[in-house]
Design a binder for this molecule. Structure first.
Ligand SMILES: *Cc1c(COP(=O)(O)O)cnc(C)c1O
Length: 378
């Protein structure tokens, strides 16, 4: 059996090696390492794929979130509502900009923002909401946008884990995750659903004015060459990464289907296991399974993790400590937030390997191993 990894980038690369190598070589020969034609071409292609007016490439997903918040003219002390059950970057940039992270609980089924909890957390200082499409599931954007509109708030989607996911509105219309809020942010970290071969990120918006600000902030606050209007930063997607992404973007839908097939196999394999709650799939979102994260009931997930490791199967805890309980946020009153669903799930979730290259033999072996640990008959 091929050794099992959380993400098998090597086998994925081998399938597209000639195209990727040629594209990288083209950049090397052009020596246009920064802002080369691959960067503009990729941005235009991603715009088309997402059906969004502007794509602003940047250096990574964390920068994307930071630039988004810098572009909105927020002031120190402004409150930003966000889940605590997320990768730290979402909340970190809020604190970095001296804004106030206001952590709210999540829906126990979708693992995404609980809209009623968001509503309760809104104060006169609230300026923005940052939903996270965790594990590839799209947060419930339609009621969230309606709530934001009623309170005149910005919505910045953290779409680092859900690029390519669709969201269906009540009227049947559809939009891509990341293009529904005022701004969407994503990451091209290698293990993400659309990953490059280094660091990369992008910001999306349909708003011309916001787009102009995002571009300015990402480029030293520059309005014309060497004229700097606002304090910005330096955040770029380099040409080599854009060249790799141009090869992979046309494969994204195929990659998503491969991930969903893995999720289907796990779902079927665990359907009769009482100790396992398989991931919920919201009806209005097309889950792209960045992670396959289950909940264990009445079994020790750390012991399962150790057992699987002894069988050569990696499994991960995303994430072992929620943001509000990180030392980083002690000075922000992190521990004072009361987030029972977040705390509960933090102790129960475990993520199994999922990627585009998994085969039936690996899946059968993982499913059987989990069942053996839980003493479920085959
Ligand atoms: C990966 C990730 C980020 C940050 O992306 P980087 O490119 O690593 O900076 C932000 N938010 C979420 C939810 C992520 O998964």
């Amino acid at each position: 059996m091929v050794p099992i990894q959380m993400v098998d980038l090597k086998r994925q690369y081998n399938k597209i090696k000639p195209q990727v190598d040629a594209a990288i070589e083209e950049v090397l020969n052009s020596t246009a390492f920064i802002n080369g034609s691959a960067v503009q071409q990729f941005s235009a292609e991603l715009q088309t794929y997402l059906g969004v007016k502007h794509v602003i490439p940047c250096a990574n997903g964390t920068d994307a979130l930071q630039i988004a918040m810098m572009a909105l003219g927020l002031e120190p002390g402004d409150e930003i509502i966000t889940p605590s059950f997320t990768f730290i970057a979402t909340a970190e940039v809020i604190a970095l900009l001296r804004l106030k992270p206001v952590f709210v609980d999540i829906d126990p089924k979708t693992y995404c923002l609980d809209i009623s909890a968001v509503e309760k957390a809104i104060t006169s200082k609230t300026k923005a909401i940052v939903p996270v499409h965790l594990y590839g599931q799209v947060a419930d954007m339609e009621p969230l946008m309606a709530l934001a509109a009623r309170h005149n708030l910005y919505v910045i989607e953290d779409n680092a884990q859900a690029i390519g996911a669709d969201y269906t509105f009540a009227d049947g219309s559809r939009k891509k995750a990341g293009t529904i809020g005022h701004i969407g942010c994503t990451s091209f970290f290698p293990s993400k659903n659309l990953g490059c071969y280094g660091d990369g990120g992008a910001i999306f918006t349909n708003d011309d004015e916001i787009a102009a600000k995002l571009r300015m902030v990402a480029n030293h606050g520059q309005s014309a060459r060497y004229y700097h209007d606002v304090v910005g930063c330096n955040s770029r997607l380099d040409s080599v990464q854009a060249a790799v992404l141009r090869i992979k973007l046309p494969l994204l839908d195929q990659y998503i289907e491969a991930r969903r097939a893995v999720a289907d196999a796990y779902d079927a394999g665990f359907a009769d296991v009482p100790a396992i709650i398989t991931p919920y799939r919201a009806e209005n979102g097309y889950h792209v399974f960045h992670q396959y994260t289950l909940q264990l009931e009445g079994a020790d997930r750390n012991k399962l993790q150790e057992f699987l490791a002894s069988k050569g199967i990696p499994a991960m805890i995303y994430y072992p400590v929620p943001a509000h309980r990180q030392k980083m946020f002690a000075d922000f009153g992190g521990a004072e937030f009361n987030l029972p669903v977040t705390d509960h799930l933090t102790h129960r979730v475990i993520s199994l390997p999922i990627h585009t290259e998994m085969d039936q033999e690996q899946l059968d072996y993982i499913i059987q191993s989990v069942k053996t640990f839980l003493n479920t008959p085959a």
